[in-house]
Design a protein around this ligand. Structure first.
Ligand SMILES: CC(=O)SCCNC(=O)CCNC(=O)[C@H](O)C(C)(C)COP(=O)(O)OP(=O)(O)OC[C@H]1O[C@@H](n2cnc3c(N)ncnc32)[C@H](O)[C@@H]1OP(=O)(O)O
Length: 405
């Protein structure tokens, strides 16, 4: 097997090999939409990532499947992630469809990944570069497995880009496009100019030197890097470049701690930016000041201001929590954050009352979570409807067409 001597030379070797590999054999290339085989150019890849509804539905189905109760499932999910067992438990051993699902799930969680293809189980590492024929066989098998994994990822709505040229891979450092899982085939050219399969581990090391992943995970069919016969068993190597949203995932369980506004050091500008952006309209300038006047005002917020709830206590029924603002940042909507935030509010504060604009798309969900509602002009009041409908509007009045409150 060819060796990668250092990060940069390894990348150069792959880049050189790319000249041969960017044009796969005719029978392995695909054209047009509707084909089951993957396209090899970024432009042809379907923009499945933007379909958040489907992704949300799939994640929810997954959570339901594994736990029955979504909250319990999330707990399980968190435990698996913290224990580092997550990938091995959901990416099946050497099974492309299971691996595709597991890797897609990581992407849905907004983790940034790079996948380096290992040698397929059919190929022995020692044999792969011995002769031209064997090298060619290794290459063909790798393309086949790369294609299968690409299809599996696309089948699970992941956005994947196979790299047979590492020129493009090198650009990863600059683009850092989170919506794409780069699938790297470790190939290079030796001193004699022949293309050959490189050591996946060394390519991973070379990429790691450049991208500084937080975690490198080895997936294989038998556990460990080598199997009992000391034969190679590496199947995929995964680099988690960033697990920052993994923090979000981990924090789903209890990050939504409610804080009393008066005793909390909150970045008000960030909080207002979150609310204004998500509601697509601006709050009144005196909004925060009006909250300060209320001693019992409370805020709930999570993970870098990606979700927040502002709850006040209204002088009705000896003090009842009023959900004044309930918001998730636009980039995190539709992924279950609102549901978790809601559960935390219920757990910590009991049953609040609230209202929303009659045009708000979230209303069907609000209906499911209330005991009673009342439509009054442009407002729908939930619970304590007689009281809620007379509360003042907190947004700028000159913006008439906005998503509901
Ligand atoms: C008191 C008030 O503040 S009322 C105003 C509410 N806030 C806003 O309108 C601000 C803009 N919107 C948001 O910030 C968010 O969309 C929220 C807070 C309403 C919901 O948070 P999300 O994280 O997106 O919700 P989450 O993913 O947990 O989904 C909860 C439910 O809402 C539904 N939902 C989420 N987004 C949408 C949408 N755009 N259209 C229709 N339904 C939606 C989901 O399908 C789910 O319902 P289900 O359990 O029946 O399938």
């Amino acid at each position: 097997m060819a060796k990668v001597s250092s990060g940069s030379s390894g990348c150069r070797a792959v880049a050189m090999a790319g000249q041969f590999w960017t044009r796969p054999p005719a029978e392995e290339r695909t054209t047009g939409h509707g084909s089951k085989s993957p396209s090899w150019s970024q432009q042809e890849l379907p923009n499945v990532w933007s379909n958040r509804t489907l992704i949300y539905r799939d994640v929810k189905t997954f959570l339901n499947e594994i736990g029955g109760d979504p909250q319990e499932a999330r707990y399980w999910f968190t435990a698996e992630l913290s224990a580092g067992r997550f990938i091995s438990s959901i990416c099946g051993p050497g099974d492309d469809s299971e691996s595709g699902f597991g890797l897609s799930l990581l992407q849905w969680m907004d983790m940034k990944l790079v996948v380096v293809m290992g040698l397929p189980p059919e190929i022995e590492e020692e044999d792969s570069a011995k002769t031209g024929t064997e090298s060619s066989l290794a290459r063909t098998m790798m393309v086949k497995h790369c294609q299968a994994l690409t299809e599996a990822l696309q089948h699970n709505s992941a956005n994947v880009m196979p790299f047979f040229s590492s020129e493009a891979l090198l650009q990863l450092q600059h683009t850092q496009d989170e919506s794409i899982i780069p699938l790297v085939c470790p190939v290079g050219r030796d001193a004699a100019g022949h293309s050959s399969v490189l050591s996946p581990i060394q390519v991973t090391a070379a990429i790691s030197q450049s991208l500084h992943p937080l975690k490198v995970i080895f997936l294989n069919s038998s556990g460990g890097i080598r199997n009992q016969n000391r034969k190679k068993a590496v199947y995929y190597l995964i680099l988690l470049i960033s697990v920052c949203v993994c923090v979000c995932v981990l924090s789903h369980v209890r990050i939504f701690t409610l804080h009393r506004y008066s005793s909390l050091d909150i970045d008000i500008d960030r909080l207002l930016a979150l609310i204004n952006k998500s509601f697509e309209k601006n709050l009144r300038e005196d909004y925060i000041a009006s909250l300060k006047g209320l001693n019992e005002s409370a805020l709930a917020f999570c993970c870098r201001y990606s979700a927040a709830a502002i709850i006040t206590t209204e002088p009705v029924n000896s003090g009842t929590p009023y959900l004044d603002k309930f918001v998730v940042s636009s980039s995190k909507q539709g992924q279950g954050t609102g549901q978790i935030l809601w559960e935390c509010i219920r757990q910590d504060l009991g049953k609040p009352f609230w209202r929303s604009r009659a045009t708000n798309r979230i209303n069907p969900w609000f209906f499911k979570h209330c005991d009673g509602s009342f439509v009054n002009g442009r407002w729908i009041s939930y619970e304590l409807v007689e009281y809620a409908k007379y509360l003042p509007d907190s947004s700028c009045s000159h913006i008439a067409t906005s998503v509901g409150e």
